[in-house]
Design a protein around this ligand. Structure first.
Ligand code: SF4
Ligand code: SF4
Length: 328
């Protein structure tokens, strides 16, 4: 888990700072600059002489795109609208990370229903207790076979039916394969929920968790925070973490080595628990990896390794058998 999510207050402060940087960018934009390095107007102007200047005449320093320091009149500064900064985040979020094709592998033989992945994900995305971007399902093919556990996120399909039915282009697929939702555009029609054959999407029926504390946050489409009542949410492959060069929240949180994550273009995936990197194609070939419902042509980017070792002591909700339990 990243610190900024475990401490909403400090994250909020961070985002406010981000907003100030945006203010600088717009001021700079008026003068043809993109960066910002404001300093006290008195600095570098000879103390007392400077103090005689009226506020509107005072100058501040800004950093230009090509790294030059320049001065601009304080009166020419204008605050950036929050919307403008959010738009920049949305633009970056839509674009994705060039050259990447993200892929996840889930080893069903290792899952023990610890659910650390679920908790980590819920915490990061400010989800209510009953909402899950990733859900650990209890599976059993027949009464004669042992049960096993199956984590199920969004599969970030290469041919996603969900994005095709959205009437306002709120859900989309990026160049790096991640399927996201822009909850500033989403109108809550839920066509995408109906279109997804894997039940990967959730609807915000109620006010999101932390909605009061999150009020001031700038919306980050790669984190889908703040969540918004009346819109869709789902697994994001932790796009915000990937941008920082880190593994997804769930992958890092699992203590049992269930998750591998990596780049299909490099044919490499890294185990979130051991940190070991291995060839994706070899992992799939040697372990008979598969995707769910391949006959649909959705081309998921989440692969499963079969639950070949089910002879571990089974326990679920304090029970050691599946008697009186509904099968999933
Ligand atoms: S699993 Fe469902 S929500 Fe995710 S990309 Fe595929 S169709 Fe869309
Ligand atoms: S619920 Fe939102 S994301 Fe889904 S199809 Fe409707 S507008 Fe698009």
């Amino acid at each position: 888990m990243s610190d900024n999510n475990s401490n909403p207050k400090s994250r909020r402060d961070f985002l406010k700072i981000g907003s100030l940087i945006g203010i600088g960018a717009v001021a700079a934009g008026a003068a043809g600059y993109a960066g910002f390095a404001a300093q006290d107007g008195k600095e570098g102007h000879g103390g007392e002489a400077e103090s005689a200047l009226s506020d509107s005449e005072k100058k501040i320093k800004v950093l230009t795109e090509d790294g030059q320091l320049a001065e601009i009149k304080a009166s020419e500064l204008s605050p950036v609208q929050k919307d403008q900064y959010t738009s920049a985040l949305q633009e970056q979020g839509r674009e994705g990370i060039p050259g990447k094709h993200w892929v996840m592998v889930i080893d069903l033989a290792r899952c023990r229903n610890v659910r650390a992945c679920m908790a980590s994900c819920q915490n990061a995305h400010h989800l209510r207790e009953e909402q899950h971007h990733i859900n650990v399902l209890r599976m059993q093919e027949s009464e004669h076979t042992e049960p096993y556990f199956m984590p199920k996120p969004c599969f970030h399909c290469d041919n996603p039916p969900c994005t095709k039915v959205c009437p306002v282009d709120a859900t989309f697929k990026r160049q790096d394969g991640i399927v996201l939702i822009d909850n500033e555009r989403c109108i809550g029609c839920r066509f995408c929920i109906a279109a997804c054959p894997y039940s990967a999407r959730v609807f915000n029926w109620f006010e999101p968790k932390n909605h009061e504390e999150d009020e001031d946050l700038l919306y980050n489409v790669e984190l889908n925070v703040p969540q918004k009542k009346g819109t869709i949410s789902k697994c994001l492959f932790s796009a915000d973490r990937l941008r920082e060069g880190k593994l997804p929240y769930c992958v890092s949180a699992c203590p049992n080595g269930v998750y591998y994550f990596g780049d299909l273009n490099e044919d490499a995936v890294t185990n979130g628990t051991s940190g070991e990197t291995t060839r994706f194609s070899e992992l799939i070939r040697k372990n008979a990896g598969y995707t769910l419902l391949p006959e649909l042509g959705t081309k998921p980017n989440v692969y499963y390794l079969p639950p070949k070792n089910r002879m571990f002591p089974f326990e679920y909700n304090g029970k050691t058998t599946l008697e009186d339990e509904h099968h999933v």
